[in-house]
Ligand binder design. Structure first.
Ligand code: NAP
Ligand code: GLV
Length: 311
């Protein structure tokens, strides 16, 4: 790599990133934000929730690397500086962890785990109706790296799985729905809705009153993508009216979720602190170093983001 790499995230995590990157390439010149040194030195940056306007201070910046699968943090106004390439992480462990979380949320709902737990607390021996897996329809919004892996694993458990994306997908045993024209048809056949879309101008607020109304009564919602996908008041209304049976939420418009937020104590909502799938620096350092090498060599970058669509 020519020039220096800026690393920016929580202070304790930055040290881990430095260690893992140097273990693979001891020659790297790494600067931990805000100790950047001369701004002209920085040619690449690997960041998470970095102040977007700060990235305009580095005149020689050529590559922005997201520390996660999502890149919406890089597209917050004013967005990435013009002409700077953007890449994201695609990682075996990140994908596997997300599928684990989605399977856990689906199965906890499907197997009535909360109800059995409540019965145990009350010392009640009562068999609930057996779940009908082959007739439970799961719909996944977003059939990219994460959505398609979760879809395959759910289909292997014999759920009826469908996915919704911008372009058609051909995956064994998984129905594909495409674009706005097929959205309502997709929702009307979905008992458990999982959101794994990137947050872009076209997907912001997609989990709203209209979407919920199109789901069958009793449907369940799992949002593991971004808080900006969900219109929180619409979810609360659909839960409180009884149209939706519950929700598992890992991501929120405001994170950390404020202490007074109604989701915390809602009997139909399960909250986790944006922990569905956490990047493990050791697992992804290799692709970061490889992209720095490719940048220097003028080669095609791995996991490049289309800045015109924002994912
Ligand atoms: P990805 O590979 O880029 O896949 C995105 C999928 O969404 C693609 O199938 C894409 O369709 C579809 N899509 C995008 N815009 C659409 C639109 N307007 N209409 C219909 N479909 C649309 O992304 P990924 O790696 O699977 O990650 C998905 C998201 O998960 C990330 O962006 C991030 O926000 C979230 N995430 C959350 C956590 C967590 O811990 N909670 C962890 C990691 C990631 P095409 O295939 O047709 O392009
Ligand atoms: C986490 O939210 C990610 O985008 O990797």
């Amino acid at each position: 790599m020519t020039g220096a790499l800026l690393v920016s995230t929580k202070p304790a995590t930055m040290e881990v990133w430095r260690r893992e990157l140097l273990a693979l390439d001891p020659a790297l010149d790494i600067r931990l934000f805000p100790e950047t040194g001369p701004v002209e030195d920085i040619t690449a940056a690997v960041t998470w929730n970095h102040p977007p306007e700060d990235l305009y201070r580095y005149p020689n910046l050529r590559l922005l690397i997201s520390m996660g699968a999502g890149v919406d943090h890089l597209f917050r106004p004013p967005g990435p500086p013009p002409g700077v390439a953007v890449v994201r992480l695609v990682d075996r462990l990140l994908t596997a962890a997300m599928s684990e979380y989605v399977l856990l949320a689906v199965l906890r709902h499907h197997r009535q785990a909360e109800l059995y737990r409540a019965q145990q607390k009350a010392r009640i021996w009562h068999e609930l109706p057996a779940p009908d897996t082959e007739n439970t329809r799961i719909g996944i919004l977003g059939m990219g790296t994460l959505g398609s892996d979760a879809a395959r694993k759910l289909a292997a458990l014999r759920f009826k799985v469908a996915g919704w994306s911008r372009t058609p997908k051909r995956l064994d045993g998984i129905e594909s729905f495409v674009g706005d024209a097929e959205m309502m048809k997709f929702l009307s056949r979905t008992d458990i809705l999982v959101c794994l879309l990137p947050l872009t101008p076209s997907t912001r607020g997609i989990l709203n009153a209209r979407t919920f109304a199109a789901l069958p009564r009793g449907a369940y919602v799992i949002n593991v993508a971004r808080g900006g996908h969900l219109v929180e008041a619409d979810l609360l209304a659909a839960l409180d009216s009884g149209h939706l049976s519950g929700a598992t939420l890992d991501v929120f418009e405001i994170e950390p979720l404020p202490g007074e937020h109604p989701f915390w104590g809602h009997p139909k909502v399960i909250v986790t602190p944006h922990a569905a799938s956490i990047t493990i620096p050791r697992s992804v350092a290799g692709q970061v170093v490889e992209n720095l090498r490719r940048l220097a060599a003028g080669e095609e970058l791995l996991n490049r983001v289309d800045v015109t669509v924002g994912y």
